[in-house]
Design a protein around this ligand. Structure first.
Ligand SMILES: NC(=O)c1ccc[n+]([C@@H]2O[C@H](COP(=O)([O-])OP(=O)(O)OC[C@H]3O[C@@H](n4cnc5c(N)ncnc54)[C@H](OP(=O)(O)O)[C@@H]3O)[C@@H](O)[C@H]2O)c1
Length: 330
């Protein structure tokens, strides 16, 4: 291992609010066999980045390893390859210096330089900006996993709770491409946007079940939960006949989901534990890049902040009502 430069990384120093985030200098190293070094241009900010240090129960419920501090943050980034080790082979082929790439799923994306396994690196679609490319993978692969989990088929109708968030818009886009009809819950102000993506919007809140029945008189085949509310779970349990065709991605709802026969999915894999979803997510990476390259998949980035302002990005994320993704720029 050779130290080549001092770089900057954002870590969480303990459990707590975003105030526990700190910028630390780290020594970057030359890539080893099967690794590449990437100069990061943009980092996707996700709820899991925040929850890992904000909620001590989160890692247990979501099946992730228990955090040790300082905790490295960030699962996805986009940037330029600056060095490659021997046999640097990614899912799309050999990786060479100068390649523009996306790294996912990685640990420690909140940094200006990262050295990661080439097996986690795919080409960046030229149609996407750096910001969009850094925010496509967690949501896109989760969406593919969720649609596979509920066995959604062309011509079927799927109810999506929380359809306008990062994960929601990814589910909507993949489903519509596959000829699946989506009824998506949203705030009224987001109805037009959701219609633009090809989904039928309905308002969440009191009377949701009746509105879903009215929107889908022939019934709902499956439901995907991207919010953890009891209201969403109650409505899906009442309207989807086969409860194994309901899935939630929200760790806070996993206990109730397991009690009621609803599936729970995540992208983490602990040593010795089998997560069949990982293969689905891995396969989805190149589908996502191909769709984005063809102009068939959009990533909605609404805020960019300097990497050093990661704490502020997390405060905005928790406040909600963003209408799209936040991205950090080193
Ligand atoms: N298991 C996994 O692999 C995985 C992967 C990615 C994300 N997640 C989790 O999935 C959740 C969603 O992530 P995200 O990035 O899509 O979040 P996000 O971008 O912050 O979006 C959340 C969405 O929830 C909607 N919403 C708020 N309150 C609601 C309510 N009471 N009923 C229905 N919808 C409501 C909002 O819609 P309006 O603005 O239209 O009101 C908003 O668009 C998070 O908990 C995240 O941690 C899990």
């Amino acid at each position: 291992m050779t130290n080549v430069a001092v770089t900057l990384e954002i870590v969480a120093t303990e459990f707590g609010s975003p105030d526990v985030l700190k910028a630390v200098p780290t020594k970057s190293r030359s890539p080893g066999r099967g690794e590449v070094t990437i100069q990061v241009r943009a980092v996707g900010v996700n709820h899991t980045d925040y929850k890992r240090y904000a909620d001590p129960s989160y890692t247990v419920s979501s099946g992730q390893s228990t955090p040790t501090f300082p905790l490295r943050l960030g699962v996805e980034a986009a940037g330029v390859v600056t060095a490659v080790g021997a046999e640097a082979m990614g899912p799309a082929g050999p990786i060479v210096t100068g390649d523009e790439v996306i790294a996912y799923r990685i640990t420690g994306a909140y940094a200006d330089t990262i050295t990661v396994s080439a097996s986690d690196v795919v080409p960046k679609p030229t149609k996407l900006s750096w910001e969009q490319a850094s925010a496509i993978m967690l949501d896109g692969t989760t969406a593919a996993h969720a649609l596979a989990a509920v066995r959604a088929r062309p011509g079927q109708t799927v109810l999506v709770h929380g359809a306008t968030g990062g994960a929601g818009l990814s589910v909507v886009q993949l489903a519509v491409l596959d000829g699946i009809k989506i009824i998506g819950t949203a705030s009224t102000k987001n109805f037009e946007m959701l219609r633009g993506y090809g989904a039928q919007p309905i308002k969440y809140g009191d009377g949701l079940k009746e509105r879903v029945v009215e929107a889908a008189p022939d019934g709902i085949d499956a439901a995907i939960h991207l919010v953890g509310t009891d209201e969403a779970i109650d409505v899906s349990l009442a309207l989807v006949k086969d409860h194994s065709r309901i899935v939630t991605i929200v760790a806070a709802a996993f206990d109730r989901a397991k009690e009621t026969g609803i599936q729970t999915i995540g992208g983490a894999s602990l040593p010795g534990q089998d997560n069949p979803g990982i293969a689905i997510r891995d396969a989805a990476r190149l589908r996502m890049t191909a769709l984005a390259q063809a102009g068939a998949f959009d990533v909605k980035v609404v805020r960019t902040l300097p990497l050093a302002e990661a704490a502020e990005a997390h405060r905005l994320l928790v406040k909600g009502d963003l209408g799209g993704r936040i991205v950090l720029i080193p």
